[in-house]
Design a protein around this ligand. Structure first.
Ligand SMILES: [Fe+2]
Length: 300
C-alpha cells in the first residue's frame, strides 16, 4: 500500500485523534482520513466507538457495529476518539486537570486546515503572533515583545515543556474583564498535540487548559480538534466554545499561508528568533524521535 511508505514507524504506532466522541453517530458510518488512510467509524448501541479501515462504506450509511470484525485500536480520551494504525502504547499522555469536577470541559470543533499537523503545533506554541493575528484579544500593540522564557525537553515524560511564558493580553479569556499579563505553560506531549495552561482570570491559583490535537490527514493537511477545560463559573459552554472558535478562525488563514506546508526540521531552514525557542526545541525533538510524516526531515 502506498501509504506504508509514507508513514514512519514512530508515527504509525502513535495514538491519533480522529473525532469528537459525541459527534459520532450511533449505528451510522462516519468517514475520515488518517495518515493518507481512509478510516470508517461508528458507535455501537452502548455508545462505544468502533473504528476500522474503510473499504466500501459511505458516510451516513446504517451499520451494525457488531459485524465489524477487523477493528483498529480505540481509546476515548478528553472527549475525543483516538485510534492507531500500528501498535500504540497502553494510554495517551495525561491531562490530570480534565478530571477536576468543577471544570467545564468541551470540544470546540474539528476544523480542517490545509497545513501539516506539525506546522499547526508550532503555530500553537508561538506567542509572537498574538498582537497581529488575535488583535485586542490575545495581544495588542505596543505590547508585542515576547519575553524570555524557558524551554526544556522532559526526559521522564518525553515531552517539550515551555514555562515562564508571559504576555500582555487585553482579553485573555472570556471571563477576563481587563487586560492582564498572563502566564503560559506549553506542553508538547505528542508529536501532533499540544496542551496549554494559562492564568485563569477567575481563580489565580489555577490554570485554564486549552489543547490542540491534530489529526494528520495527509502530509500537508490536518484537522484541528480543540479542547477547553476551563475554570469559569459564569460563561456557558456555547459561549466558551465560540470564543475558542473565534481565535482559531483567526489562525486558520495564517496557517494556510505557511510555506512549505510541511515543517522543515533542518535548523537552518528558517531564521530563528527568540519567540521561536520553543519551535526550535519542538523541531529537534521531532527529529530525534524520527518523525518523518508532515515534516521535511533534516538532510544527512
Ligand atoms: Fe493563534
Amino acid at each position: 500500500m502506498k501509504s506504508d511508505k509514507l508513514i514512519d514507524p514512530v508515527t504509525r504506532d502513535l495514538w491519533q485523534v480522529i473525532a469528537a466522541a459525541e459527534e459520532v453517530p450511533i449505528g451510522a458510518v462516519e468517514t475520515t482520513l488518517l495518515l493518507d488512510t481512509p478510516i470508517a467509524l461508528t458507535r455501537d448501541d452502548e455508545g462505544q466507538p468502533v473504528v476500522w479501515l474503510r473499504t466500501v462504506e459511505e458516510a451516513g450509511e446504517e451499520i451494525d457495529a457488531d459485524e465489524i470484525v477487523e477493528r483498529l485500536p480505540v481509546l476515548v480520551r478528553y472527549g475525543y476518539i483516538w485510534t492507531s494504525l500500528g501498535n500504540p502504547p497502553a494510554d495517551i499522555f495525561p491531562i490530570p486537570e480534565y478530571a477536576e469536577p468543577d471544570r467545564k470541559n468541551m470540544s470546540c470543533g474539528s476544523i480542517g486546515v490545509n497545513v501539516s499537523a506539525p506546522r499547526a503545533v508550532e503555530n500553537f506554541l508561538d506567542m509572537g503572533h498574538f498582537p497581529y493575528v488575535h488583535t485586542d484579544i490575545l495581544g495588542t500593540e505596543p505590547h508585542t515583545e515576547v519575553k524570555e522564557y524557558d524551554v526544556e525537553v522532559s526526559e521522564e515524560r518525553d515531552e517539550v515543556l515551555a514555562t515562564r511564558c508571559r504576555f500582555f493580553q487585553p482579553r485573555a479569556a472570556l471571563s477576563a474583564t481587563e487586560g492582564i499579563e498572563v502566564e503560559y505553560v506549553y506542553r508538547v506531549p505528542h508529536p501532533f498535540c499540544s496542551v496549554l495552561y494559562k492564568s485563569c482570570p477567575e481563580d489565580e491559583s489555577r490554570r485554564d487548559v486549552i489543547a490542540i490535537f491534530l489529526q494528520p490527514m495527509t502530509q500537508d493537511r490536518c484537522r484541528a480538534h480543540l479542547l477547553q477545560s476551563m475554570v469559569d463559573s459564569v460563561s456557558t459552554i456555547t459561549e466558551l466554545r465560540r470564543f475558542q472558535q473565534t481565535i482559531f478562525g483567526q489562525d486558520k488563514p495564517i496557517l494556510e499561508n505557511q510555506m512549505p506546508r510541511r515543517l522543515p526540521l533542518d535548523p537552518r531552514a528558517e531564521t530563528p528568533i527568540r519567540a521561536d525557542k520553543s519551535a526550535i526545541a519542538y523541531r529537534r525533538w521531532l527529529s530525534r524521535k524520527g518523525i518523518a510524516y508532515g515534516v521535511i526531515p533534516q538532510a544527512g
